[in-house]
Design a protein around this ligand. Structure first.
Ligand code: TRP
Length: 333
């Protein structure tokens, strides 16, 4: 019998507007994973309700995430790409897992404490049980690999706890989900200001978005911090110069990077020229993705079709698990 591929599950919050850090830190790996594993990539629309957003904007946010992921190379034929709210089994599993989650441990969760502090008038039960819902998302497919960043470590630890508790109380149904990275997945994409990384919340001029227009990209790159250049051959590079080389390595030809490395080492480098080159290579990298996102966003029918296809795959996998779950608990009369 053919061995079943390991199962991968991850959730993406529908905040939209991916930047270069998201692309090289996460999306590029999802694209690689869809060829190697059975993948479930979910848009966590229900999780987003815990903070009471204006839900009139939900649809456009969900569509944007979807379009950006497809434009970056996620393939709805290979991976299940779906919306959390389309898979009702998630709600059922969440309900059962809630009986195995203790108030004390939920109250100790870092993200809960942060949110309780930032929205003291809205400390709702959904916020408290956010990690239970996340655990349900993951183990609904009996996933063992979860590609997430460091900020999700505690949630993943809790997912393992709930899965193990279920297995011990009833019958073994779930594997232990583990955080997953390819070796280089945790590279930080530096911001253009020489301080920190590209981020949605920090300095907007230091962050390149996949939605940025060509002239915006050029302007941001040309503003990157440099200096008057090295004066002794083979000097160490200051951080902000190292960052420009790192970005160039991601989008420029090897020969181009090598030329500027040589120029740096023999003190003939002209940072203005280097940034112009980087700007053009960035434009060439980002523009086709931006174009595809816009095309996809114009095609509502296609978007709907993808979501339905993903939901169908996810429901199929969920249905098999939920039968095992109900039998394990004893809900089979
Ligand atoms: N909590 C995750 C975040 O904020 C999103 C998420 C929801 C998730 N369900 C998930 C991540 C399941 C991984 C697996 O980014």
């Amino acid at each position: 019998m053919e061995k079943r591929k390991p199962i991968v599950m991850s959730g993406i919050r529908p905040t939209g507007f991916l930047h270069l850090g998201n692309y090289f830190g996460a999306v590029r790996n999802y694209v690689k994973m869809q060829d190697e594993f059975e993948c479930y990539f979910m848009i966590a629309d229900i999780h987003s309700l815990t903070t009471h957003p204006d839900t009139r904007a939900l649809k456009s946010h969900v569509q944007r995430v979807l379009a950006e992921y497809i434009a970056c190379g996620l393939d709805p034929e290979k991976a299940a790409i779906y919306c959390q709210s389309h898979v009702y089994e998630t709600g059922e599993l969440y309900l059962y897992l809630n009986m195995l989650a203790y108030k004390g441990e939920l109250e100790k969760t870092t993200t809960f404490k942060d949110k309780a502090r930032s929205q003291p008038d809205n400390i709702n039960a959904g916020l408290l049980t956010y990690p239970v819902l996340q655990a349900a998302d993951i183990i609904l497919h009996r996933a063992s690999l979860v590609p997430v960043g460091k900020d999700q470590e505690q949630h993943l630890e809790m997912a393992r706890t709930f899965a193990n508790r279920f297995n011990h109380r009833y019958v073994e149904v779930f594997p232990e989900p583990q955080a997953f990275n390819y070796g280089d997945a945790l590279i930080k994409i530096p911001g253009l200001d020489g301080a920190g990384k590209m981020s949605k919340s920090e300095n907007q001029n230091a962050t390149l978005y996949l939605a940025d227009e060509d002239d915006v990209i050029r302007k941001k790159v040309m503003k990157a911090k440099t200096d008057s250049g090295p004066i002794t051959p083979h000097s160490p590079k200051p951080d902000y110069i190292e960052n420009i080389f790192l970005l160039m390595n991601l989008v420029s030809d090897e020969a181009v990077v090598r030329k500027f490395e040589d120029d740096f080492n023999n003190c003939s480098i002209r940072y203005g020229d280097m940034k112009k080159q980087l700007a053009e290579d960035m434009v060439n990298f980002i523009a086709p993705i931006r174009g595809r996102v816009n095309d996809i966003l114009h095609d509502e029918k296609y978007l709907k079709q993808i979501m339905e296809m993903g939901a169908e795959k996810a429901r199929k996998s969920a249905g098999v698990t939920m039968k095992l779950v109900r039998d394990a608990i004893g809900l089979s009369y």
